[in-house]
Design a protein around this ligand. Structure first.
Ligand code: GRF
Length: 201
């Protein structure tokens, strides 16, 4: 039996990338196992899908911490507890729309990966697809990378370009990019897990 790493997938919305990762993890020789899906928003529809699949799901509603002193840290401490309880070894951010603090990232060196809808370092931030259209770029794409404290700036793992047609609008371009994301994210996960597993042998 192939050794598999325990992964957590963190979402804030639809979770189509989460679905692609879950599907890949069902392959017998895939080196990862989804032990928990965590959402920070009660509106994250992906959490319902994950529950229907029989996966462990946890909602850590970030709004519930808003009035607390050190709300970011309180949220992340709860997140850290959940990750430890499920013996998570690698974290996959999949449309998780919340910046993580340096404290949290230091707990997981080279163990948090993310997918972003542009060819980084171009078009960082939450409106990457819109920004690429606004800039009248001829192409954009998607990037997987390790997460560091600076937003969308960690070491790049894989990238895939997507041409921008003159008829593209926000919706059509997002859909084209997502299709590529669903290819490169599982591929990335496999590469990263195999690297980690090779180092602990
Ligand atoms: C994707 O475009 C991803 O690159 C970005 O947020 C979007 C999430 O989509 N970080 P989904 O929830 O995986 O469908």
């Amino acid at each position: 039996m192939t050794k598999k790493l325990n992964i957590a997938i963190l979402i804030s919305g639809t979770g189509s990338n989460m679905q692609a990762l879950v599907k890949a993890c069902k392959l017998p020789d895939f080196p990862a196992n989804v032990v928990v899906v965590i959402a920070n928003k009660s509106t994250a529809t992906g959490l319902t899908w994950a529950k229907e699949q029989g996966l462990n799901t946890v909602l850590i509603d970030s709004t519930k911490f808003a009035l607390q002193k050190n709300s970011r840290l309180a949220f992340e401490q709860e997140l850290q507890n959940v990750l430890q309880n499920f013996k998570v070894e690698l974290i996959c951010l999949a449309g998780f729309m919340r910046l993580l603090t340096g404290w949290f990232i230091e707990q997981w060196p080279q163990k948090i990966i993310n997918i972003h809808p542009s060819l980084l370092p171009n078009f960082k931030g939450a409106n990457a697809v819109f920004d690429a259209l606004q800039a009248k770029a001829s192409q954009t794409g998607c990037t997987t990378h390790f997460v560091v404290e600076e937003m969308d700036a960690g070491p790049i793992i894989l990238q895939q370009s997507v041409p921008i047609d003159k008829n593209d609008n926000l919706e059509s371009l997002k859909a084209k990019i997502l299709q590529q994301e669903h290819q490169i994210y599982p591929e990335t996960l496999k590469i990263v897990c195999n690297q980690i597993l090779a180092n602990i042998k």
